[in-house]
Design a binder for this molecule. Structure first.
Ligand code: HEC
Length: 462
């Protein structure tokens, strides 16, 4: 390609050709693509605050059309005139109008790229299938049942939150009604966690291969309080600190992270794992974190410094077979349950009470009878009495103190998510077949079975 162009230039020579008028003094600048170059910058740095569920200054930066439409002070840009465009002004502002709000400013190369795109006419090359048409007025339409990847009872049990496509569905706790649809940007919700005071709901997820996101919703008015976008793929297991000020989660870049729950400011990134981190929980006093990873390890980390403290489980080959996929902390004790590929839920104490002997598994309190496949989700009831596990094609409930299996609920496909009602009497679970089942732990009977999303073709409910 390059050599052909050179040849062409030689043939044409340096003679000015007024008729054509096409001999620029500087080499032509490559055409900037909105879809491939500009949009990813906005997605990473701006749409957390400028999306349908959260309209900073009324301007939406989720599509070419909404950017052009602009906000409070008019259109977002003037094609061909970067210096007259609000978008560029906002990126260069020297005062509190600087965007991203709260700073820091974007790197000069990113601003330069957006400027050049506007100079070149600010054209839209978004492929039709990538145009985002979903918002609260145009909710996702389901022709089939999506996988149920996340589920959680609210702190009072009145609500059951279920992850859907581009949204979280808030159902009545008994499954009798769909109450609200929290429509956001992430295509997939990986985990859901209600805040300790019950007023907020955090979600981790993302759009596979493109972007990861942490969302925080206010339950009273169903408003999106926080949307933090990361350049890494889907984010995993999210949990709250006891004081409700921080969120911890796992990432597919092998790191675990902590952010402030109110503004998303990064507090910690730790890198002791050698494979995807699937979840992290805080110790009772929030001073430590316990994380699980596909590298099979359960690691203890200091929250403030990020210092690695200990391997909670034995790291001797054979002690744990296969990666770990799920973790939850006991509500009142420094103990965690973990589960993974080997299908055996295990209860561990977080802090070692005796010096390590190579290969020991001293912190192990109790293994539980296995489930019939890889464990995907695990939860201890708020009263600390019941353990719920999702794995294989089952959701199971155990007595935490004795390890006794109390109930086993079969599903048609793999089960990905489980939650226990705060009173410890009912579990709800879902997975590959798209159904949510609510079951009574004492009798093992399914009391309600429903499709959590509104289907275009009839609604199945039993
Ligand atoms: C932390 C939230 C937040 C982030 C991140 C953010 N904005 Fe804003 N933005 C706001 C708020 C809120 C306003 C309304 C004015 C204000 O409060 O300063 C606003 C206003 C604007 C406006 C003015 C709209 C108008 O018509 O007056 C533009 C343009 C803008 N933002 C662009 C951006 C761009 C571009 C980015 C990313 C580089 C970005 N913002 C990131 C919160 C944010």
């Amino acid at each position: 390609m390059t050599s052909l162009l050179v040849l062409f230039a030689l043939l044409v020579g340096d003679e000015p050709t007024p008729a054509a008028g096409n001999s620029p003094a500087t080499p032509p600048v490559a055409t900037i693509s909105f879809h491939k170059q500009v949009r990813p910058i906005l997605q990473r740095h701006c749409v957390g605050c400028h999306q349908p569920a959260k309209r900073g200054g009324e301007i939406l930066l989720t599509s070419h059309a909404t950017l052009l439409h602009g906000g409070e002070t008019g259109p977002g840009l003037v094609a061909g005139k970067p210096d007259e465009s609000i978008l560029i002004k906002s990126l260069l502002a020297q005062d509190m109008d600087l965007m991203p709000k709260g700073g820091p400013a974007l790197p000069p190369e990113a601003i330069g790229l957006i400027k050049t795109w506007i100079e070149q006419g600010a054209s839209d090359d978004t492929p039709p299938e990538a145009v985002d048409t979903i918002d609260a007025e145009h909710p996702p339409v389901y022709e089939g049942m999506p996988l149920v990847t996340a589920i959680a009872f609210s702190r009072d049990g009145a609500m059951l939150a279920v992850g859907g496509y581009r949204e979280i569905l808030l159902h009545a706790g008994d499954g009798s009604a769909l109450l609200h649809r929290l429509i956001g940007l992430s295509q997939r919700i990986e985990d859901l966690a209600f805040s300790p005071d019950g007023s907020k709901l955090a979600a981790s997820g993302g759009s596979p291969g493109r972007v990861g996101e942490i969302q925080v919703w206010n339950l009273a008015d169903q408003k999106l309080l926080l949307s933090v976008q990361t350049s890494i793929d889907t984010l995993f297991g999210v949990s709250w600190s006891s004081d409700g000020s921080k969120l911890a989660f796992g990432c597919p870049d092998n790191s675990g992270r902590v952010i402030k729950a109110d503004d998303g400011a990064p507090l910690l990134k730790f890198d002791h794992h050698t494979d995807w981190v699937i979840g992290a929980v805080f110790s009772l006093d929030d001073k430590n974190l316990v994380s699980v990873s596909r590298d099979r390890a359960v690691k203890l980390t200091q929250t403030d410094s990020g210092a690695f403290i200990d391997n909670v489980t034995s790291i001797t080959p054979g002690a744990l077979t296969g990666g770990l996929e799920a973790i939850d902390r006991h509500p009142t004790r420094n103990e965690v349950v973990v589960g993974g590929v080997d299908g055996v839920p295990k209860l561990y104490r977080i802090f070692r009470e005796q010096a390590r002997v190579i290969g020991d598994d001293f912190n192990l309190i109790r293994p539980f009878p296995p489930i019939n496949g890889p464990i995907r989700d695990i939860e201890i009831s708020k009263d600390g009495k019941i353990l719920a596990v999702a794995g294989g094609t089952q959701a199971q409930a155990y007595e935490l103190e004795t390890g006794k299996l109390l109930a086993s609920i079969p599903f048609a496909g793999q089960v990905y998510a489980v939650t226990i009602h705060p009173q410890g009497t009912i579990i709800a679970a879902g997975g590959y077949d798209g159904m949510v089942k609510i079951a009574d732990i004492a009798t093992g009977q399914v009391t309600k079975e429903f499709v959590p999303v509104p289907l275009t073709t009839g609604v199945a409910s039993k």
